[in-house]
Design a protein around this ligand. Structure first.
Ligand code: PEP
Ligand code: MG
Length: 827
């Protein structure tokens, strides 16, 4: 929940327009327009304002902005008529309507409280028009005023950061960084920077090196600096987490905000190699994109159209007026951005692209052609500019922009789909592909893809790797004259395409592809059977999952169950933290394909490398060594209780156990168990349908827990070793830092001793041990872990067939070399 905004204006159109504009920069903030009189004409309306205040009401409160003086009278009357508690949650602020709304909305989006939102709305006065070189005006942007004209009780908070007087004493952490996106720190990047400060109390100022600086939380102050692509900025940060904040900001600026740079330092350029594919004796040598081999007839994909014919627009063309088209465009951009933002990492990048004000501004100039044609024209124009870049990263964003642009067209009723309904068995040749087209191709039966352009960093190529679609890129135009339907053999490992091989060679290739596929299929088929060791003990080979797709892949690959359901993955890219019903529904979807198989659901593992935007997670306080995992949950009992209730409700009809992440000492395990019992009691009292968790376990990820495992006897039903974190904490090596990657070796003697000690203590206390870190799915460790007495290995679904085969071969059956040892370990 964020602070809401209500805009009171004498004009309905003005209030609506401002709400729409601010909504683009603060998509999760409720901004309600209450403009115009009762009859829809100019004036203000007591009823409209009262209604908006009712609809906006929420525990964080509402800030009201208004245009002309008399609007405040109607507003204050409406507030007086509310019940006193509701009135106390409202702040009416004297601020410029447009600038104040934008500044306030962005602060609300960054979780600023009501006082902070009001303060930043007020401080927006005079923000625009600051000279490009900064100067005194830039400092005034940050200064704000003292808040005349406010009613209601401010709740204190971070509003004071707007004041120069708040620049702390002491030397800040500082960095100079080049702004790489061409439009520089315009509103959206400025908003993104301000939002990134949510959860930190650091004071941050930004300006040109040696020039005046403004508070980074003041979006309009930043915009007023008029920083453009290619300019350097200096960031100064004060506060306990200054280094982390600085790192985050530098990364954001260097990343170009999902926008695209023409300007860049030479060193940062990943020069785009010209497609240098050659065809010799029917063999095209190009670039490997996504591994795997496939054979099939060539099917061509049309290029996306450069212009849209007028007939493509479903809206009636007669009487088209600019306002209508503008409204259509804005609604379509907002709707597409919202949908895309919910579609994972690439979707979010696309959402930022379509919301870029430059696209809208360019489109606006052509609106007489109708919103769809004008929009597509702009998208094609900017995509071409991007594609002309020498920088491979920038060039590959061209197709992303086209694909993102298609989403807006879809909202306008124009659907561009160039993939034929049936490409079953075909090798698809295209100039380029967008990431969303890859799942479509796979779904419609394509066996491989060849791109004329593309780069190994293109989003489509990454998606193809994830979905196992073999792909060769940068084939240039060497396949141009090859007839549709010609047989192609694609090798995504070597980056080669064999054109129309002679029958004998074709037969050999088909035979070897078929054999490879058959081996994989055989392993997958065998994986459906359990792995039983020579001594008769079954080793469970389970899957690590974080989505419905993972659960389906788990079943397809023969998983005996789920050994680790990472619930934080279900909430990572949400705009709002889901309530109990939503969590229950999400889990039901994942449990459904699992049927009777046992499933271990891990409670939310938040903190460390998993910050949750929707929860108040601080990089330092909740870092790897801070309040992470179960520590966070015990500090936030309502979050834990809600999740446990959702897990129990979803478990009805399944075999579900629960485990806690990042447990260090037995006392925590006791509290964890009590939390489970209390959630069960509450469900009983509510007479809801649910199932009691079959087992209550903990993860062993902290060396202290492994070394003193005997202390957990009687408190837990199982241990599951999180070897990723256990290795990291044991070796004092951050798992996200490439500089210490060589220390993160689960095969090190230190980890070995910890595991031996853990397994011995667990065997003595008759507590079963599972391993769900990466090492469980690695050929080098799986067998040894089972020899140590581990009863369950949980891993990425795709690893299951191979690991099952390896365990059977090594430890199963009468001929198993280590059968005796495995049996011993079990005793
Ligand atoms: C681990 O730490 O090994 C583990 C499985 O948990 P995660 O990777 O989710 O932190
Ligand atoms: Mg872990």
């Amino acid at each position: 929940m964020t602070v809401a905004l209500v805009l009171v204006s004498h004009s309905a159109a003005l209030a609506r327009g401002v709400a729409e504009l601010a909504g683009q920069m603060a998509p999760s903030v409720t901004i309600l327009a209450a403009g115009g009189g009762d009859d829809g004409g100019l004036g203000t309306s007591f009823d409209l304002i009262s209604d908006a205040l009712q609809r906006a009401d929420n525990p964080d409160g509402t800030v009201v902005l208004y245009d002309l003086g008399s609007a405040v009278l109607t507003t204050e009357t409406a507030v007086e008529f509310l019940d006193p508690q509701h009135a106390d949650r409202i702040t009416v602020v004297d601020a410029p309507l447009v600038e104040g709304t934008i500044a306030g909305a962005v602060t609300a989006e960054g979780s600023g409280d009501r006082a902070a939102v009001a303060a930043s709305a007020r401080s927006a006065i005079g923000s625009f028009g600051a000279p490009p070189s900064g100067g005194a005006a830039a400092e005034q942007v940050a200064a704000g005023d003292t808040g005349a004209g406010e009613t209601g009780a401010p709740s204190g908070g971070t509003g004071a950061h707007q004041d120069d007087a708040d620049i702390p004493a002491g030397i800040p952490d500082s960095a100079d960084v080049e702004v790489v996106n061409p439009l520089g720190l315009h509103a959206r990047p400025a908003a993104e920077l301000a939002r990134s400060l949510a959860g930190t109390s650091a004071t941050v100022r930004i300006g040109r090196p040696g020039g005046p600086a403004v508070d980074l939380r003041s979006v309009l102050g930043v915009v007023g600096l008029a920083v453009r692509g290619g300019d350097d900025v200096r960031i100064n940060v004060w506060g306990p987490d200054a280094i982390l904040v600085l790192g985050r900001l530098v990364k954001l600026i260097r990343g170009g905000f999902g926008e695209i740079a023409h300007h860049h330092r030479a060193a940062a350029v990943v020069t785009r190699p010209e497609p240098s594919a050659r065809m010799v004796d029917g063999m095209v040598t190009a670039t490997a994109g996504s591994p795997g081999r496939a054979i099939g007839p060539l099917a061509r994909l049309d290029a996306l159209p450069e212009t849209l014919p007028a007939t493509a627009d479903p809206a009636p063309r007669t009487g088209r007026d600019r306002d209508v088209e503008e409204h259509r465009l804005d609604s379509a951009i907002a709707a597409a951005a919202k949908t895309l933002a919910g579609q994972g990492e690439f979707g979010q990048a696309h959402a930022a692209l379509v919301a870029d004000p430059k696209l809208r501004a360019l489109t606006e100039q052509k609106l007489e052609r109708g919103a769809p044609a004008a929009w597509w024209d702009t998208v094609v124009q900017i995509s071409r500019e991007l594609e002309a870049s020498d920088d491979e990263l920038i060039a590959s964003r061209g197709i992303d922009l086209r694909e993102a642009g298609i989403a807006v067209l879809g909202e306008l009723g124009v659907h561009l789909d160039r993939i034929p309904d049936d490409v079953r068995g075909a090798v698809v040749l295209a100039g380029e592909l967008g990431p969303a087209e890859i799942p479509e191709l796979v779904g419609r039966g394509a066996v491989a893809a060849v791109l004329a352009t593309g780069s190994t960093t293109a989003h489509a190529v990454i998606v193809a790797r994830g979905l196992g679609l073999p792909m060769v890129i940068r084939s240039g135009d060497v396949l141009r004259s090859v007839a549709t339907g010609t047989t192609l053999v694609v090798d995504g490992d070597t980056g080669t395409v064999l054109v129309d091989p002679p029958r004998e060679q074709r037969d050999q290739i088909i035979a070897s592809i078929v054999e490879q596929a058959a081996v994989a299929e055989r392993l997958r088929g065998e994986a459906r059977r359990p792995v039983v060791l020579a001594g008769g003990r079954q080793v469970l080979v389970a899957a690590n999952v974080g989505s419905v797709a993972d659960a389906i892949a788990a079943v397809d690959n023969g998983a005996d169950g789920i050994g680790l359901l990472r619930t934080e993955l279900l909430v990572l890219d949400r705009d709002e933290y889901p309530d109990e019903d939503v969590q229950t529904a999400n889990l039901v979807e994942i449990l459904h394909p699992m049927g009777d198989r046992p499933v271990v659901i891990r409670a939310l593992d938040v903190g460390g490398d998993k910050p949750l935007a929707t929860l108040d997670v601080d990089a330092r306080r909740n870092g790897f060594l801070g309040v992470r995992g179960l520590r966070f949950l015990l500090e936030n009992p309502e979050i834990l209780r809600t999740q446990l209730r959702a897990i129990c409700r979803a478990s009805f009809g399944h075999h579900v156990s629960v485990m806690a992440p990042m447990v260090t000492v037995p006392h925590e395990a006791k509290q964890w168990r009590e939390a489970v019992a209390s959630a069960v009691d509450s469900l009983r009292a509510d007479r809801l349908e649910f199932a009691v968790p079959e087992q209550v376990g903990i993860m062993v990820e902290v060396p202290a827990a492994a070394l003193a495992a005997d202390g957990f006897a009687g408190l837990v039903d199982f241990f599951s070793v999180g070897s990723n974190d256990l290795t990291s904490y044991t070796m004092a090596a951050d798992r996200t830092e490439p500089g210490v990657a060589d220390l993160l070796d689960p095969g090190s003697i230190a980890i070995r001793r910890l595991l031996e000690q853990l397994c011995a203590a667990a065997a003595a206390a008759r507590i079963p041990v599972a391993v769900c870190g990466e090492m469980a799915g690695m050929d080098a460790f799986a067998v040894d872990l089972v020899r140590l007495g581990v009863g369950e290995l949980s891993m990425a679904p795709a690893r299951i067939p191979q690991i099952k085969a390896l365990l059977r071969e090594t430890l199963g059956g009468p001929a198993g070399v280590a059968a005796g040892e495995a049996t011993d370990a079990e005793e």
